[in-house]
Design a protein around this ligand. Structure first.
Ligand SMILES: NC(=O)c1ccc[n+]([C@@H]2O[C@H](COP(=O)([O-])OP(=O)(O)OC[C@H]3O[C@@H](n4cnc5c(N)ncnc54)[C@H](OP(=O)(O)O)[C@@H]3O)[C@@H](O)[C@H]2O)c1
Length: 277
């Protein structure tokens, strides 16, 4: 990965931190994004100490459209190449939260923010081809069902449904984007990293959180499928697929619906451009 530039979102902790560390160990320049500057700086410093590789920080709140636009613009002032975009950041909330853009936070942080960031960086990815995009979805996408009449879950909110729907959106986005990127040398795949003990469970009851490290895999293990899709020679040219850890798997029937993928794209463009900043 020497001379490769890799942007990893949600690199302050968990799977994203471990993936960035691994890519840095392979010689890549890693650009870590974080919504909190202090947490991002701590991760950057730790990766720098561990690897000596080039590690940069880019502040980006994926649940804030203006922040995503600013981050994409800032990235382009620093670099004219991007070889790997790892859309890893994600949240799970027990209660409904509304962002300053007026959208439900799980939908915005897990789908709309990454959608906007990716589309804003497509020009630089194409200019860097061969380049790869990795979207971190989840096996919970099999439980997702997009309710087009209430995408923001104003009528009825359920944290796990919001999360599952956002992860279904990740696979729909992956497939639609792969189609649009045909012939560009830029690939895009979605991946379930496994069930991993991370801070994703921070909003869960304390007794569940206390148990998780004993029964779940480590973040370093969860990072392996992401790094493989970002850097592995065996998946060169592979695009539009869904992987369960290291194995390709058929995504949910709802995720294979091209009409839904096109509709989600259209809705996402409309929602993302509602921000005028
Ligand atoms: N853990 C699992 O079992 C599992 C299973 C399937 C899929 N996944 C997926 O794996 C990915 C990584 O999650 P994880 O398990 O490693 O959880 P994690 O340790 O909580 O990491 C999530 C990362 O996302 C960042 N983030 C959250 N909201 C953000 C926002 N609005 N803007 C920018 N960054 C934001 C967090 O930053 P802060 O430091 O600011 O909070 C953190 O760096 C997620 O997409 C998750 O859905 C995880």
């Amino acid at each position: 990965m020497k001379d490769k530039i890799c942007l990893v979102t949600g690199a302050t902790s968990g799977i994203g931190y471990e993936a960035a560390l691994d890519l840095a160990r392979r010689g890549a320049t890693v650009v870590l994004t974080a919504r909190d500057k202090a947490r991002g700086e701590a991760a950057r410093e730790a990766i720098l100490q561990a690897t000596g590789a080039k590690a940069e920080l880019l502040t980006c709140d994926l649940a804030d459209l203006a922040s995503v636009r600013a981050a994409a613009a800032e990235f382009k002032t620093r670099h004219d190449r991007l070889h790997v975009l790892l859309n890893n950041a994600g949240v799970w909330h027990r209660a409904r939260r509304v962002t300053k853009d007026g959208l439900e936070e799980t939908f915005q942080a897990n789908h709309l923010g990454p959608f906007l960031l990716t589309t804003l960086l497509l020009d630089v990815l194409k200019a860097s081809a061969p380049a790869r995009i990795v979207n971190v979805s989840s096996a919970l996408h099999y439980r997702g069902r997009l309710n087009w009449d209430d995408l923001q879950m104003e009528k009825r909110f359920d944290g796990t449904k919001a999360y599952s729907d956002s992860k279904l959106a990740n696979v729909l986005f992956t497939r639609a984007l792969a189609g649009r990127l045909t012939g560009t040398g830029v690939t895009v795949n979605a991946v379930h990293p496994g069930v991993i003990a991370t801070s994703l469970s921070r909003d869960m009851p304390a007794f569940i959180r206390a148990l998780l490290p004993f029964v779940l895999s480590t973040p370093a293990k969860g990072a392996q499928p992401l790094v493989r899709l970002a850097a592995g020679a065996d998946v060169e040219g592979v695009t539009g697929r869904y992987f369960d850890k290291l194995k390709e798997k058929k995504a949910a029937a709802f995720a294979l619906d091209d009409t839904a993928a096109a509709r989600l794209w259209k809705v996402s463009v409309e929602l993302a451009s509602a921000d005028k900043s």
